[in-house]
Each structure stands twice: as structure tokens, then as C-alpha cells.
Write a protein that binds this ligand. Structure first.
Ligand code: FNR
Length: 402
């Protein structure tokens, strides 16, 4: 395939709108929402009342969660005319693998509970397989990681690790992920203790404490040895052991052990300070994941987008994944222009999953990619490489519609 053929293929993302218009002409209007506001509103009605606060809620009064979203409005994309943008290339390279698109599915524990039928991890993996959009599979999963990896088919998957306090168990998770075919390990740093989440507290609901989404633990031989009995015999004891092992803070002292535990690319999630990014790269980490967990962990922080440019500079050419507040293809384009290698989608796909299972996730991903693709066409930035900070202008907060 020539480079121009590859670009012609990639430019097909925008064609999703043609499909929708022609189906509508035949009398069938889209049954899934076209805007994030409608997606959120309908998912709010569809999600079970015990799951909704966990998915939609943030830490504290939700300031950081809202700021993540609003931060995108502080940047405007400068249109360039007379550029040949008839063919676009939205592909990006990460850890030596070329990805068809620059977005990925961020790890969301409890997606298992969001799909009708209760197997949302598998439904999401099937959406990844259908779109080629990589998935980062959470430690908290209704189905074990081996089944999630199998459902991904040829689409790259990464395993997200909440590093257990027991190193043997952590190593078991990592080697299972390697054997299952995941392409990297994403270690989440900001969630060794749960943030203060008033919505969850009011509903009295933390799914893991109710015994949900623990399949990676209960299927693990090391966990089962530690438990000393089959988890089915005393499910409460299994949940309590999970909770004890979960509460484990990874510090700089643990990095050399984590590094030695896998030959896969190691990515640290939750890095927002450039000094942390620099030190992680010096410690042999392959990728930095700039994120504040969608404002679910610590309230009162900076929007993650505001941290991104300094983290990119400090990462010194290493891959920088980004999420927190991404709601549209426009947001994807802005994050790429600020230096992200790839951009993570979190709540939007979770809402798509709640409304339409695999089809709902596919719709959300295709809509985001179509919007990004058409924006790059109209504004004259035909490839991801063309998206640099020079494509953006900061906009006075007076323009901020929020
Ligand atoms: C998350 N996130 C998350 N992150 C992680 O590393 N492991 C996990 O298991 C989870 N679980 C989880 C559950 C739910 C319900 C949500 C909404 C999020 C955080 C996730 O990967 C990502 O950082 C945020 O979703 C980004 O914020 P927005 O864009 O979704 O607001």
C-alpha cells in the first residue's frame, strides 16, 4: 500500500456522516445520540441507580471534573486555507506499533456493569476489535483479562494494573497479561486509596466492595492461594482480601522492581508534574500517561489539559498518553496539537456502552473520529504530525461559554 493509499483509507473516518445521512434519507434516523450532552442525558436514565453515581460522579464538589472539560475551551484551532487536505492520515505510532487512529479506550473499571447483560468488558473489547481503537483493560473487570484479550482479536490491548500490595500477585497479573497478548502494562498511580466522592457516598455504593468486577483476582492462582479457599466458598472474605491488597501506594522505590517485572512497555498513569515525568523516563519507563483520573480522585486540581504541554516537553520524545475531559473529536484534535501521542476516551464510551452495548461504543468512537477527521480537513491539518501547538491560539476566558 502506498503512503497515499494509506491516507485515503484513513480519511474514511469522516465518511461516517455520509452513512448517517444516507440511512436517514431512507427513513431511519440515528437511534444513538449525536452529541455528548444527549449521550450523557440518555445514559443517565439507562444506567442502574447503583452504578450511575460511580460512573458519573467526581471527587469533592466536582470542580476538577468540570475544569477538565472546560479547559478545552481555552484553546481555539487556527484554520489554514489552500492546504491540500483532501486525504487525511489520523494514524499514530506508539511503542513501535502503528495505530489506525490517535484515540484509545481508557481503562474504566465497572464497564462490566454498564452493559445490558453485565459483560461490558467483553462488549467494549468487541468494539475495539470492530474499530481498531486500542483498549486499556482495567484490573477491575467482570470477565478475566484472558477473555478480554481474546475478544480484542488483532486490535492492540494494554493491561491497566492497580499494583497489589502482594508482589507475587502483582507479578502474576503482569505475566498473565503478557501471556494473554497485551502490548503494554499501564500502572495507575493515583488510586491506591479511593478519592472522596460524595455521590458514591450518598448512594452507599462502591461496586468492588459489593463484590463486583473482581474476576482478575478471583481467577488468579496466587490470589486463590492467599485466600486459602475457593472464593465462592466465602465471597465476603474474597472481597476483604481484594480490599486489603488494593490499598498499596507505589512509590519511586518500587519502579525498578516494576521495570524488571516485564519486558512489555511500561506506562505510568496519573503523571501531571513535569518533574515526575522526567524522573519516570530516567527510571526506564516507556510512556507517560498524563491524566487526573477524570477528576474522580483528587478535587481542586488543575485541569489535566493544562498539565499536558509541560509533561510532553519533560517526556523528551517518549510517548505521552492523555485523558480527562475528552468529549468530542474537537477535543481530540486539541490534545494532539498540545503534544499527546494518543488521546483517551473515558466516560463517553461508557455512556455509549450503557445505551447500545458494543454498537453504542462503536458509535461513540466513530463519531469522535469522524468529527476529528472532518475538522482536520476543513482547518487544513491533514495529518497528526501537522497538529502542533502552532495550530492553536489561547482564547480569553471571556469567551468561555462555561
Ligand atoms: C475510571 N478510570 C479508571 N482508571 C484506571 O486507571 N483504572 C480504572 O479501573 C478506572 N476506572 C474508572 C471507572 C470509571 C467509572 C471512570 C469514569 C473512570 C479513569 C479513566 O481511565 C480516565 O482517566 C477518566 O475516565 C478520564 O476522565 P473522563 O474523560 O472520563 O472524564
Amino acid at each position: 500500500m502506498t503512503e497515499s493509499d494509506a491516507r485515503a483509507d484513513a480519511s474514511a473516518f469522516g465518511n461516517y456522516q455520509n452513512e448517517i445521512y444516507s440511512t436517514s434519507l431512507q427513513g431511519t434516523l440515528p437511534n444513538l445520540p449525536m452529541s455528548f450532552a444527549e449521550l450523557e442525558a440518555r445514559a443517565t436514565r439507562a444506567l442502574p441507580p447503583t452504578v450511575l453515581p460511580y460512573v458519573a460522579g467526581g471527587a469533592g464538589d466536582g470542580y476538577t471534573q468540570r475544569a477538565n472539560v472546560a479547559a478545552f475551551n481555552h484553546w481555539g484551532i487556527m484554520p489554514r486555507m489552500l492546504v491540500d487536505a483532501a486525504k487525511r492520515d489520523l494514524s499514530t505510532e506508539m511503542f513501535g506499533t502503528r495505530m489506525a487512529s490517535p484515540i484509545f479506550l481508557a481503562p474504566v473499571g465497572t464497564i462490566g456493569l454498564c452493559a445490558q447483560g453485565g459483560h461490558g468488558d467483553l462488549a467494549t473489547a468487541r468494539a475495539a476489535a470492530a474499530t481498531g481503537v486500542p483498549m486499556i483493560a482495567s484490573t477491575f473487570s467482570v470477565d478475566p483479562m484472558e477473555d478480554v484479550a481474546a475478544a480484542l482479536e488483532d486490535t492492540p490491548g494494554f493491561f491497566q494494573l492497580f499494583t497489589p500490595a502482594d508482589r507475587e500477585l502483582a507479578e502474576s497479573f503482569i505475566s498473565r497479561a503478557e501471556r494473554a497478548g497485551f502490548k503494554g502494562i499501564v500502572v495507575t498511580l493515583d488510586t491506591w486509596v479511593t478519592g472522596w466522592r460524595p455521590d458514591n457516598l450518598e448512594a452507599g455504593a462502591l461496586p468492588q466492595m459489593q463484590g463486583h468486577c473482581l474476576a482478575n483476582y478471583t481467577s488468579d492462582p496466587v490470589f486463590r492461594d492467599l485466600l486459602g479457599q475457593p472464593p465462592e466458598r466465602d465471597p465476603r472474605a474474597a472481597v476483604e482480601l481484594c480490599a486489603r491488597l488494593f490499598a498499596n501506594q507505589v512509590t519511586w522505590r518500587d519502579l525498578s522492581w516494576l521495570r524488571s517485572a516485564t519486558r512489555l512497555p511500561l506506562i505510568l498513569k496519573g503523571i501531571c508534574h513535569p518533574d515526575d515525568a522526567r524522573r519516570a523516563v530516567d527510571a526506564g519507563i516507556d510512556g507517560i500517561y498524563c491524566s487526573n483520573h477524570g477528576g474522580r480522585q483528587a478535587n481542586g486540581g488543575l485541569p489535566a489539559l493544562a498539565c499536558l504541554p509541560d509533561v510532553v516537553e519533560a517526556a523528551d520524545g517518549h510517548a505521552v498518553l492523555f485523558d480527562s475531559g475528552v468529549r468530542s473529536g474537537t477535543d481530540v484534535v486539541k490534545a494532539l496539537a498540545l503534544g499527546a501521542t494518543a488521546v483517551g476516551v473515558g466516560r463517553p464510551y461508557t455512556y455509549g456502552l450503557a445505551l447500545g452495548g458494543t454498537d453504542g461504543v462503536v458509535h461513540v468512537l466513530r463519531s469522535m473520529l469522524a468529527e476529528a477527521d472532518l475538522l482536520m480537513a476543513i482547518d487544513g491539518y491533514p495529518t497528526v504530525r501537522d497538529l502542533t501547538p502552532a495550530a492553536l491560539r489561547s482564547v480569553s476566558p471571556a469567551w468561555d461559554p462555561w
